[in-house]
Design a protein around this ligand. Structure first.
Ligand code: NAD
Ligand code: UGA
Length: 482
């Protein structure tokens, strides 16, 4: 079966880049990306490519090459489903906030709604591909909804195949990951449908990297991959705390264990705690699944990965307060980076959110810089408005128990700061002149580097204290100056 028309439901961090790459690699396929979010689609169609809703290196170039040729973005969900022979479901699957399984299970309402729309509007034979990350056996739910459409006498000759094709891209490297994936996973029952999807990927992915599994293994493999990756980060962050207590350096420990080919060197960077829209949600999903099947020890094992991450973030906010003489009330703290990692404008579950909230609760005056995240996004995440010039009086600060925050687009922000806190590994932070910065900060100021951006040698003879995550050596001394 040759696929000619693809429709992708969901123009988000996965749907947008994934479909852009498919369109780029398969010029004979028409790719229609649809979304209910009008604002998002408007941005995908913006002439100025700097306004695309998602920032990903190399994405704009692909959109420029393909948009209007074989790649289209619209809100025409019904029409585009009608004409597609393959439909990707790439909608959001956040953790449920209320009801059965609240706090752990996935909220599948958007997936269900998509499946219902496919059932209602599709024609002939359609291959439905689960691209969203889903709990194991979700395909059964989708199949159930589609089956009732197949049995509907008024909808002559419609039929469906359901495949699982989870996405493994990481934000910030999405295009690279899509163009050179470690593997493409296709789970299904009907080999013809699996071959049809495999043929699309085989235009640029070597055949041996395209894996076929049964549908449930494919769904579970996605959750497991994220759980294993997140587990490594919690593991190394737990070791970072031991390093700080014992005089070891987590970078050296990572290097030493990473050379063991059974362990491998990737995903061993201690940081401020993992963020992103998926690690926490996917682990909690796994926890829910384990609990559902009465596997409580298994559930506890995976939940501890999330608990350690929460603890690690709290540990960072607490140590900042301790190092600043036990109080940050009224003190200016510069926060460098709000995105959950470098090279993305995504802030979902970013460690910066919790750490900034903690510092605001302690009464700090935070000045936030991020090259790609907007002030409005930070306001939504902190659930607090930035302080305006008119409110920025001494009296206000004195009585403002909660602290305040401001946003800056430039890095001219260090005057009279008591601390700088590095939370995202943006390249431009590597170029900061610390001699100049330290001259602007108050005496006895601190730099907290949660991303190992700063080479301690470069701070020799600079009049600030440095804390680096997982550094228990003298260069990270609790009170020494450089
Ligand atoms: P997202 O929130 O950025 O995008 C989802 C989009 O789907 C939204 O724009 C939303 O408006 C749209 N949508 C929801 N219901 C719709 C409907 N009925 N019709 C049309 N559009 C609809 O989410 P995302 O980050 O792209 O993630 C999507 C899925 O992919 C999730 O399951 C996630 O776990 C998984 N995933 C995400 C990443 C990542 O890096 N973000 C990586 C791999 C897998
Ligand atoms: C992650 C996975 O890497 C992808 O394979 C997966 O497709 C995706 O989740 C998903 O399902 O959403 P992503 O969250 O975009 O991708 O980014 P990662 O590079 O995995 O980073 C996640 C978090 O871990 C970030 O906050 C990052 O700073 C942190 N991290 C990562 C570390 O603290 N240390 C590391 O060594 C690596």
């Amino acid at each position: 079966m040759k696929v000619k028309n693809i429709c992708c439901i969901g123009a988000g961090y996965v749907g947008g880049p994934t479909m852009a790459v498919i369109a780029d690699k398969c010029p004979s396929i028409r790719v229609e990306v649809v979304d209910i979010d009008k604002e998002r689609i408007k941005k995908w169609n913006d002439k100025d490519l700097r306004n695309l809703p998602i920032f990903e290196p190399d994405l704009a170039e692909i959109v420029e090459r393909c948009r209007g040729i074989n790649l289209f973005f619209s809100n025409l969900v019904k029409e585009k489903i009608k004409h597609a022979d393959m439909i990707f479901i790439s909608v959001n699957t956040p953790t449920k906030k209320k009801g059965l399984g609240a706090g752990k299970a996935s909220d599948l309402r958007w997936v269900e709604e998509s499946a219902r729309q496919v059932a209602k509007f599709s024609n002939g034979h359609t291959i439905v591909v689960e691209k969203s990350t889903l709990p194991v056996r979700t395909a059964e739910v989708i199949q159930g909804i589609l089956k009732s459409a197949e049995l509907d006498k008024d909808r002559n000759g419609i039929s469906f195949d359901v495949l699982s094709n989870p996405e493994f891209l990481a934000e910030g490297t999405a295009i690279k990951d899509l163009e050179k994936p470690d593997r493409v996973l296709i789970g299904g029952e009907n080999i013809e449908a699996m071959d049809a999807l495999s043929e699309i990927y085989s235009k640029w992915v070597p055949k041996e990297k395209i894996l076929f599994t049964n549908i449930w293994s494919s769904e579970l493999a996605k959750l497991t991959a994220n759980a294993f990756l997140a587990q490594r980060i919690s593991s190394i962050n737990s070791i970072a705390a031991i390093c700080e207590a014992t005089g070891a350096d987590v970078r050296e420990v990572s290097r030493a264990i990473g050379t063991d080919s059974r362990i491998g060197s990737k995903f061993l960077d201690s940081g401020p705690g993992f963020g992103g829209s998926c690690f926490k949600k996917d682990i909690l999903n796994l926890v829910y699944l384990a609990e559902y099947f009465g596997l409580n020890d298994v559930a506890n094992f995976w939940e501890s990965v999330v608990n350690l991450n929460n603890w690690h973030q709290k540990r960072i906010s607490e140590l900042i307060v301790k190092k600043l003489f036990g109080t940050v009330t009224g003190k200016k703290i510069v926060v460098l980076g709000f995105a959950f990692k470098g090279n993305t404008n995504d802030t979902r579950e970013s460690a910066a959110i919790q750490i900034c909230k903690d510092l605001l609760d302690e009464g700090a005056e935070i000045l936030i810089h991020d090259p790609k995240v907007s002030e409005l996004q930070i306001e939504k995440d902190l659930k607090m408005k930035p302080i305006r010039e008119s409110e920025d009086s001494y009296e206000n600060k004195l009585f403002n128990k909660k602290g305040s925050w401001k946003f800056s687009k430039n890095l001219n922000i260090f005057d009279n700061a008591h601390a700088v806190l590095m939370l995202t590994e943006w390249d431009e932070y590597k170029k900061i002149d610390w001699v100049d910065v330290s001259n602007k900060m108050v005496d006895q100021a601190w730099v907290f580097d949660s991303r190992s951006i700063i080479e301690p040698r470069k701070l020799k003879n600079v009049n600030v204290n440095l804390w680096r995550v997982g550094d228990g050596t003298k260069s990270n001394n609790n009170s020494l100056k450089f």
